[in-house]
Ligand binder design. Structure first.
Ligand code: NOJ
Ligand code: CA
Length: 552
């Protein structure tokens, strides 16, 4: 296998770790996480094996959408540290072999951003056309609301401006007008700036909305996808190995368009929302059918492009791609109470509570997610099985402070509890006294220790993202059996989604000189019959990662 490709296109085989600086680790005792505190934890992340940190927005912000409402794109939120602290962190991460990417939130700014303040104050302001204005709300102004129940329209009247402005998200987040060449130029400048101070790429927020021209009055002289192409090539010119990971929560065929042409000249990766939602249904049903269906529907990608797979992210577990009946089925099993649900489409819980703390099932879920075609993305705290705190409003329920130890504030901060930026997870079962890094670090059977092994295993199995995948025919509906082929290297990865033990057999079409399966998690090897047949048993919620052994 051509191992050098795993460093040239590093992001394909990366293990991503998404975190919010604010809730990760407080380094100066003021109750708010910061870059100094995060830098102290780099060795923890390196030990875990993650190879790329995805920072949620860390810029000055009005913090009405947890930083996704930016007031200055060229600075660090002073609560989180200085630009100097940021650079020290990125440098320390790089030294430990970890790259850093961050959210690029340029579909909209905060309403308090000086650009918007200038734009609304004066029709002649050079920033007026940086936003989208209308005298009247278009007829379809309330179609496709992103936050049903919280916003009634995508247009808001501004008294000072004397016009309505477009906001696809909250009304305090006016959309930028990408038809305006100066806005596009500014977005390039923002990208260029953060690449210069060390970022390796971006998780591009809300890409379909960013490219959408619906409602805009100014003609866009360049087709939106051509602009995305331009942005990608600009990124590549500034930093050859930089990457763009897109948030594109659309149907598969539509997502494919965001990767660009056959050669792939737009986004390098997209978060795989379709597969993630099928994954939820498969877990609930203890049946691989939904995953098989989704994998078969998944479009093939250009050679140097990849999917980013995740279990849970920082938002609600959106189930918007499922049918109403399927969604209700997941709600019933994983979040039956109304306070566990959000926007009628998702769950504001983390996985461990949804699974009632079942360790075997939890491990099955992560092993499965890590074995799907693509690169895995973890959300901070998943490695220790952190829970949500439903008392924290809305989406923030899953963004409680990281649980480092059983010390006060879960070791997150030395500040008095009343100064902590966000309430910790509570209770004897899920709070920091029970679930924390310090304890799990000492326990070889802990989720954290297991996750370290999983990450190591995943990193050492690049065929999952570089290779061709195929589904092995098995007759048990609870079993997902995937085969990967890359450059003569063959892996077979099998998961049992059900609680009961399963016996299974399958046939491998192998070159003659192969004769056995090496168990990559060290649970004993298997032989392959002369006809390629393999028989084995899998424990309830069991998983097996095999590599086919050459017989010479
Ligand atoms: C997607 C982000 O994941 C979400 O948290 C945010 O509210 C919206 N984009 C708006 O920026
Ligand atoms: Ca702090």
């Amino acid at each position: 296998m051509d191992i050098s490709r795993t460093s040239d296109v590093w992001w394909k085989n990366a293990v991503f770790y998404c975190l919010d600086v604010e809730t990760f680790r407080d380094g100066n005792g003021d109750g708010i996480g910061d870059f100094v505190g995060l830098a102290q934890q780099i060795d923890y992340l390196a030990g875990l094996g993650v190879s790329c940190i995805w920072l949620m927005p860390f810029h000055p912000s009005t913090n009405r959408d947890d930083g996704y409402d930016i007031t200055d794109y060229y600075a660090v939120d002073p609560r989180l540290g200085t630009l100097g602290d940021f650079v020290e962190f990125v440098r320390t991460a790089r030294d430990r072999g970890i790259r850093v990417i961050s959210d690029l939130v340029v579909n909209h700014t905060s309403r308090e951003h000086p650009w918007f303040q200038s734009a609304r104050s004066d029709r002649k302001s050079p920033y007026r056309d940086w936003y989208v204005w209308r005298d009247e709300v278009p007829k379809d102004g309330s179609d496709g609301l992103v936050f049903p129940g919280e916003e009634e329209s995508s247009w808001e009247w501004d008294d000072k401006a004397g016009q309505y402005f477009l906001h696809r998200f909250y009304k305090h987040q006016p959309d930028l007008n990408i038809a305006h060449p100066k806005v596009r130029e500014e977005i390039r400048r923002i990208i260029g700036f953060w690449l210069e101070v060390g970022l390796s790429g971006f998780r591009v927020d809300a890409v379909p909305f960013l490219l959408e021209t619906k409602g805009m009055t100014q003609e866009m002289k360049i087709a939106p996808h051509d602009w995305l192409r331009e942005l990608r090539s600009f990124l590549g010119r500034r930093r050859g190995d930089a990457m763009l990971m897109g948030e594109v929560n659309l149907e598969y065929e539509d997502v494919r368009r965001f990767y660009g042409d056959e050669g792939g000249d737009e986004l390098h990766m997209c978060l795989n929302f379709n597969l993630n939602q099928a994954f939820a249904l498969a877990l609930v049903r203890e049946d691989a059918g939904a995953l098989v269906h989704s994998l078969r529907a998944m479009p093939s990608l250009p050679r140097d492009a990849a999917w980013a797979n995740f279990v849970r992210n920082h938002d609600e577990w959106s189930l918007d791609k499922l049918t109403e009946a399927e969604r209700q089925e997941v709600f019933r099993a994983f979040g039956p109470k109304p306070e566990m649900q959000l926007f009628g489409r998702g769950l504001r819980r983390r996985l461990p509570t949804m699974l009632g703390g079942d360790q075997a099932r939890l491990r099955l879920a992560y092993s499965l997610a890590f074995s799907l075609p693509g690169a895995p993305v973890l959300f901070y705290g998943e490695e220790i099985g952190m829970a949500e705190n439903l008392d924290i409003p809305g989406r923030l329920s899953v963004r409680a402070p990281m649980q480092w130890s059983d010390e006060p504030n879960g070791g997150f901060s030395d500040a008095p509890p009343e100064k902590i930026c966000r309430p910790a997870v509570e209770g004897r079962k899920w709070g920091p006294a029970a679930i924390n890094v310090a304890r799990q670090r000492r326990d070889p059977d802990s989720l954290l220790s297991w996750m370290e092994r999983l990450i190591r295993r995943r990193r050492e199995t690049p065929e999952i993202v570089f290779g061709d995948w195929s589904l092995l025919a098995v007759s048990e509906p609870a079993i997902l059996a995937l085969r990967y082929d890359w450059d003569g290297q063959i892996s077979v990865i099998i998961h049992n989604l059900a609680a009961r033990k399963q016996k299974l057999s399958f046939t491998l079409d192998l070159p003659l000189e192969r004769d056995g399966l090496i168990d990559l998690f060290g649970e004993g090897d298997f032989s392959v019959g002369g006809d390629g047949s393999v028989s084995l048993a899998l424990a309830g919620y069991g998983c097996r990662w095999f590599r086919v052994r050459r017989s010479f």
